[in-house]
Ligand binder design. Sequence first.
Ligand SMILES: [Fe+2]
Ligand SMILES: [Fe+2]
Length: 193
Amino acid sequence: MSSKSKHITEYKLAKEILTRGHDVILDPKAQVMKTFTQHGKTTVFEHCVSVAKFSLLMAYYLEEKFNIKVDRDSLVRAALLHDYFLYDWHDKTIPGHNIHGFTHPRTAMLNADRDFGLNKIEKDIISKHMFPLTFMPPRYRESVLVTLADKWCALCETFKVDVSSYIIYRVNAHIARANQEAESEAIPAEQAI
Ligand SMILES: [Fe+2]
Ligand SMILES: [Fe+2]
């Protein structure tokens, strides 16, 4: 009996996130999320990368085992931006600090739409990712995947279980390489002046 099962590796997940989330990952505006802590010692940026990984992992299983199609471009982009609220939610001086859990999905969605432009699936993914804390249920299967991945990652981060160091390493290496290339391209122009 032949098996159609394809082995899903960390390498493959990383490659797909870097491809589908390229514009978000390399944008300095998204990298601002590196300056805020999410859970434990994990930054918001690292948390979003981790959520993208587990959302994509579930998408693979849905497609492979049940032949259910997933919009992976929207899935990855929105997972990377799902907590793009751009403030330190631990800071008690921030207005609305106490209701961050309820309000940040909409804030993140509005910020992400302003800075990156979102389609209707991406908007739904980001604005519903805290369900059932926020009452409106996810409309699309991609939104359900990110909602589940978000809770799993939050749990791992809170209890300091390392599940995403490889993907985070790959993403940071990708950013560093892109920055180096940009710098080396800029040197001849500077020298010419
Ligand atoms: Fe969130
Ligand atoms: Fe999150």
